[in-house]
Design a protein around this ligand. Structure first.
Ligand SMILES: [Fe+2]
Length: 221
């Protein structure tokens, strides 16, 4: 009996077609210039007014980075939250403050603040006019990897908030040298994907942590 493949369509061709369709789909989402009128600010449950410049919930989905604008009104203190991605805030107008892991930083236009992954943070405004800032985050990358997690703790004091989730135990196997930059467990290269997914399952076991939903971030409830 012959075992020779009779079809001309190989697995390679199927994958190549799928990737072409995937790239074409995502190219169609691209919008090179986003104008002020394209972005609608809406009140959020966290206490901000937020609009999406680039991101899945702004009708301009992205796979790696997103960009949002936020306004915090005078007298407002938002709820405190943390997430598995990091973000950079760039202050564009007015003034306010941002608390990161219990440390308060006052800001004004042109300041920038880095929010590391898993840092508890919230915003406030003691001034008399709204403070506005942009946020740029790697949430879409984490979502693509199935590791986009978020937790909101309401107005709980920082001292009562849980610590960062524990890191995984690290890569198992023989150490191999990668140039002069560092090492890699060579045996881990052949590890099944399930081992990586387990990290996420560990995180899901933490109280309150849950995968970031695809609910629009500008929803008020
Ligand atoms: Fe955040």
């Amino acid at each position: 009996m012959s075992t020779k493949t009779q079809t001309t369509t190989t697995h390679y061709h199927i994958q190549k077609k799928r990737r072409k369709e995937f790239l074409e789909e995502w190219r169609n989402y691209r919008q090179t210039v986003i104008r002020k009128e394209d972005v609608k600010l809406e009140k959020t449950a966290r206490g901000l007014r937020t609009g999406v410049f680039m991101g899945w919930d702004g009708d301009r989905p992205t796979r790696c980075l997103d960009a949002l604008v936020h306004e915090v009104d005078p007298g407002v203190t938002t709820t405190v939250h943390r997430h598995s991605w990091d973000a950079i805030l760039f202050m564009v107008e007015g003034s306010g403050w941002t608390e990161v892991d219990g440390v308060r930083y006052d800001w004004k236009a042109w300041d920038a603040i880095h929010i590391p992954a898993w840092s508890w943070h919230r915003h406030g405004n003691d001034g008399d006019k709204p403070g506005r800032f942009m946020s740029y985050s790697s949430e879409p990358t984490l979502w693509t990897l199935g590791m986009s997690l978020i937790e909101d703790a309401g107005h709980k004091p920082f001292k009562d908030l849980p610590p960062k989730p524990a890191y995984s135990g690290g890569i198992q196997g023989d150490e191999g040298v990668i140039g002069d930059k560092g090492t890699l467990g060579i045996d881990a290269i052949d590890q099944p994907v399930e081992q990586i997914i387990e990290i996420r399952h560990d995180l899901e076991g933490c109280d309150g942590l849950e995968p970031a939903s695809r609910r629009r971030r500008t929803d008020s409830s």
